[in-house]
Design a protein around this ligand. Structure first.
Ligand code: AMP
Length: 493
């Protein structure tokens, strides 16, 4: 079915949809369906049909969310783009996706207009105003269009840190299945209020942090962006917060968190990048809450999660969610021994349909028995908990031996004076690749490369000991908190 119908059904008797940062009601669920119906009729009048792509490169506003729901409603394919993308990148997406409609900030409208293609351009600014709203003002409501589970709902370009971005085709069935699974797994309940500070051009903020409150008919406090003080101010009014690991470290650094600020909270989740065990522990000591770390990706939605009831193991992403099969295999597809790193493959109704207009690439990424090759290297423990130890592309082969960056990062992070680290492979005349560690010191700590190397030699096999160590004030990260190892490779390569 059209996932919009599911949202519609589940919010039939719901009250508030969006709350502003000063806790005023912006819209009810009835308003959401009215606005989405109206916007849908407006963009239909422009000529958008089921299956047409609608690109949105817009700020995070209530209207941007209404536009998303409007697209779902009429079966148009929603294609959100990071607001940080620059013109060359945007030209690539427009050419690749050939949209029927592009909605952008007014400052970008003329750029989009002059790109070749059969698209209309409408605007939506950071205040939620623009020609999109004008064009849809006097329209009637459009009906919910029938869709099959396998029809594409959204195309999300992977944030892949190397190579050409690929459009992941996420279906109505994927969104419905993954949403309902998470609703159950994280025990959404009456009275829940979501504090939403994530961007909405990415799976984490759009699918997880928006779909779940909608499926539960819960209010969302919508923040335009993450700000630790803002989040701390609003935590007492929320029950659920979802963040990337850097949100949590910045919240802890703000000194604004304590058990009192979190008195009404029920759930904190983390994902999109690894949560340091140190952050997990510090957060638990400060707030009394163990962050629920989960693991997902654009292509698969959420695959695993630490449990609500049961042990949450720091440094792991928990067991597979219900309906998801996850296996760790070696390069020949043979299941890896417990605790041995291998390729993580997943299968389930959460897994996407393939890459937009790349049938061969899609085929390469699936095994013969239908598992998707995530490209993540993982281990599984005796209890079935999965730990992500690196990315396939990040794996370093030094003198023919495999080195998993995460293993070394974990050892480095435990050394005194180290805040965090990133390990990359760099060309090495003897070994092909050598291990390079980029380290951030704790505030006030002085790190000595010689001393660090000696320490690491006593803890790691020689081939894993970094051949180069660099100390930086901070690690380069993208908007989702992922360390940009490609930037480090360029800096030190
Ligand atoms: P994206 O498609 O942008 O959501 O990126 C997905 C990738 O982020 C995954 O393939 C993992 O490499 C990484 N990732 C997501 N969640 C976690 C997590 N909890 N721990 C470690 N890596 C994660």
């Amino acid at each position: 079915m059209n996932v919009y119908s599911l949202f519609h059904e589940r919010t039939a008797n719901a009250g508030t949809f969006l709350l502003s940062p000063n806790l005023q009601e912006i819209s009810s669920y009835a308003d959401l369906h009215d606005y989405a119906g109206q916007l849908a009729a407006g963009i239909e009048a422009i000529g958008v049909k089921p299956g047409d792509r609608v690109i949105a490169q817009v700020d995070k506003t209530p209207q941007a969310l209404y536009l998303y729901f409007a697209c779902l409603r009429i079966g148009a394919i929603y294609l959100p783009l990071n607001t940080a993308y620059q013109e060359d990148e945007l030209a690539f997406f427009v050419n690749d996706a050939s949209p029927k409609l592009i909605v952008s900030d007014p400052s970008r409208a003329s750029f989009f207009q002059q790109l070749s293609g059969d698209h209309e351009v409408l605007t939506l600014d950071a205040e939620g105003e623009g020609s999109l709203i004008q064009a849809c003002l006097l329209t009637k409501s459009a009906d919910i269009c029938e869709r099959a589970d396998n029809d594409i709902a959204v195309i999300l370009y992977t944030s892949g840190t190397t190579g050409r971005p690929k459009g992941a085709m996420v279906t109505h069935g994927n969104l419905a299945a993954n949403g309902l699974t998470l609703l159950e797994a994280w025990q959404w309940q009456a009275g829940d209020v979501m504090l939403h500070a994530l961007p909405i051009f990415h799976i984490h903020g759009l699918f997880v942090a928006t779909h779940l409150p909608v499926l539960n008919g819960s209010p969302i406090i919508l923040l335009p962006a993450f700000d630790p003080n803002h989040v701390a101010d609003l935590l007492p009014h929320a029950t659920v917060y979802m963040g990337v690991p850097t949100n949590y470290t910045r919240l802890l650094d703000s000194g604004r968190l304590n058990k009192e600020t979190c008195r009404n909270m029920r759930l904190f989740t983390s994902g999109s990048a690894p949560l340091l065990p140190q952050t997990f522990t510090e957060f638990a000591d400060t707030t009394g809450f163990e962050i629920v770390e989960r693991y997902g990706m654009t292509e698969t939605g959420m695959n695993t999660s630490n449990p609500i009831h049961g042990v949450r193991k720091p440094g792991t992403v928990g067991p597979p969610l219900s309906g998801v099969s996850a296996r760790v295999v070696d390069d020949h597809g043979t299941p890896a021994e417990t605790g041995t790193p291998g390729n993580l493959e997943v299968k389930g109704t959460n897994v996407f349909k393939g890459y937009w207009q790349l049938p061969e690439k899609t085929e390469e990424e699936f095994t013969e028995d239908g598992f998707f090759k995530t490209g993540d290297i993982a281990t599984k423990d005796d209890d079935g908990y999965i730990a992500i130890v690196g990315r396939n592309k990040d794996m370093i082969i030094s003198g023919g031996l495999n080195v998993y960056p995460k293993e070394i990062e974990t050892v480095i992070d435990r050394l005194p004076g180290v805040l965090e680290s990133a390990v990359i492979g760099l060309p090495h005349s003897d070994f092909g690749e050598g291990v390079c560690a980029v380290i951030v010191a704790e505030e006030g700590a002085e790190l000595d490369e010689q001393v660090l190397t000696e320490e690491l030699k006593s803890r790691l096999a020689n081939f894993k000991v970094p051949k180069w160590i660099h100390v930086l004030p901070s690690l380069p990260r993208n908007t989702m908190g992922k360390v940009q190892k490609n930037v480090l490779r360029e800096m030190f390569g």
